[in-house]
Design a protein around this ligand. Structure first.
Ligand SMILES: Nc1nc2c(ncn2[C@@H]2O[C@H](COP(=O)(O)OP(=O)(O)OP(=O)(O)O)[C@@H](O)[C@H]2O)c(=O)[nH]1
Ligand SMILES: [Mg+2]
Length: 191
């Protein structure tokens, strides 16, 4: 799963790295969301994801060759029911973070902690945004040392692939049982 707050760069990340034309469910932002979905720092944004993004990435050079199916979530908290559906059977999650709007990261971080799905935090370094050290972001989000925190540019395929490899490595090394009792990465272990 590629998760994170509204406008953190999830659709951008899936589109950057997918080797198929991504399925996207973008709809135009309207005046109705002006007061609830802040565009501070992302004023050029005109659409938002209303269901999910889907893409695919093969990693033939990974220690075990992998084919990852990428599901980008909608960012707003009001879509949390959909996050539950998308997380079923997932290997793990990337939480993309925009440090200018850090508060929108708490809900996705708490969500993956609650369902015990391995996740990594990737700070999406927007142009002009202050460059915080990953350890400062860890402290601000109250993350344990076991959760990897990395930086990336969500527009760069190599960066996003690198974060996915970090996630796969983290998921393999952190066996966890999801809240519904299924091992979330059975497929990965089988591979
Ligand atoms: N400068 C810069 N802009 C980015 C980066 N990633 C995304 N953007 C821009 O930021 C805006 C938001 O990107 P999206 O990919 O739509 O974000 P999202 O997280 O999918 O948004 P929602 O689905 O609405 O929650 C777009 O205008 C992107 O072009 C980045 O790494 N650097
Ligand atoms: Mg999106």
């Amino acid at each position: 799963m590629i998760a994170g707050g509204f406008g953190a760069g999830k659709t951008t990340a899936v589109g950057a790295v997918s080797e198929i034309t991504p399925l996207s469910t973008e709809e135009y932002l309207t005046e109705a969301s002006t007061d609830v979905d802040s565009l501070a720092g992302i004023e050029a944004k005109t659409t938002t994801t209303v269901a999910f993004d889907f893409g695919r990435l093969s990693l033939p050079d990974a220690p075990t060759p992998l084919e990852l199916f990428l599901f980008g979530t909608p960012g707003q908290d009001r879509f949390v029911d959909l996050w539950y559906d998308l997380s079923r059977g997932a290997v793990g999650a990337i939480v993309l973070v925009d440090t200018r709007r850090l508060e929108s990261s708490f809900t996705p971080v708490g969500f993956f902690e609650d369902i015990h799905l391995p996740f990594v935090v990737a700070v999406n370094q927007f142009d002009g945004a202050y460059r915080y050290h990953p350890e400062q972001v860890r402290t601000a989000l109250e993350l344990p040392t076991s959760v990897p925190v990395v930086t990336c540019d969500a527009r760069d395929p190599n960066h996003v692939a690198g974060v996915l490899l970090t996630l796969v490595d983290h998921a393999v090394n952190n066996a966890a049982i999801s809240r519904d009792g299924h091992a979330p990465y059975t497929t990965l272990q089988d591979a």
